[in-house]
Write a new protein. Sequence first.
Length: 271
Amino acid sequence: MIRKLILTALATVAFTAGSSFAQEVDPVIKDVPFSFDGPFGTYDQHQLQRGLQVYTEVCSACHGMKLVAIRTLGDVGGPHLAADQVKAYAAAFPVNDTASNPQYNDASGKTRALTPNDNFPANNMMGAPDMSVLAKARAAFHGPYKLGINQLIHGIGGPQYIVAILEGYTGKTKDVAGNTVYENDIFPGGWIQMPNTVLSDGQVTFADGAPNDKLSEAKDVAAFLMWAAEPKMMERKHAGFDGVFFLIILTSLLYLTNKRIWAPMKGKKTA
Ligand code: HEC
């Protein structure tokens, strides 16, 4: 009888704990594979160039990237555009939100053409957040009960979060204080102000003929935004490897030195 009671009590506790935890579980975000995953991963230059194109033609209408210098588009390991391409890109980039970018005004108060030494303009259309570090500021994988354990295996998942947001619309909309909001399973709170029409199949045509369905466009722009947020990821991984290599050599040398130093003593003991 007592055993039965204890079992029932345990089962009830487990059930209530389980259901209250269940409400806090985040939406499951798919692990989209990227070329820069894992310790040996590197950015795919062509993907970054396509992602830059998606950002320029679509996202930059609302999202700024004010911490990223345009000249870095020429960096090796990044999109690696030729110097004249970077110049032409800067000169053609429109400043949509002139009020937020007074630094790009010339003496007469008119917006001047951008140069490679400028940063991407700020833009906050409809309250869209800046994208300079978004891919590092958001996480897709939290692990059970937000312990972050999954992140050891899958990474933090910023780019996966960006892809998931773009793919996360359910198609439902509602009006909040005169503004339309869109139901999105991934966005915290479930409703996002970004319209579900921002990205669609075939919206951007890539010069290299790469697939331009919505998911491919989303992956390309997510990869580009990861590079924008962490342009030196490869250098960081190399530094890590150099460090580990150095430590292995140092450990072996110390081990051998230790053996030699103690050899006479050990020799006595066994003799
Ligand atoms: C028409 C304007 C507009 C365009 C174009 C647009 N966005 Fe947005 N985006 C917004 C707004 C506004 C928000 C903030 C939504 C909110 O807070 O409800 C947002 C939010 C986001 C978020 C979530 C940010 C967070 O805080 O977690 C992501 C990710 C995102 N946008 C990615 C993109 C990408 C990638 C593109 C280009 C393919 C893009 N957006 C194009 C308006 C836009």
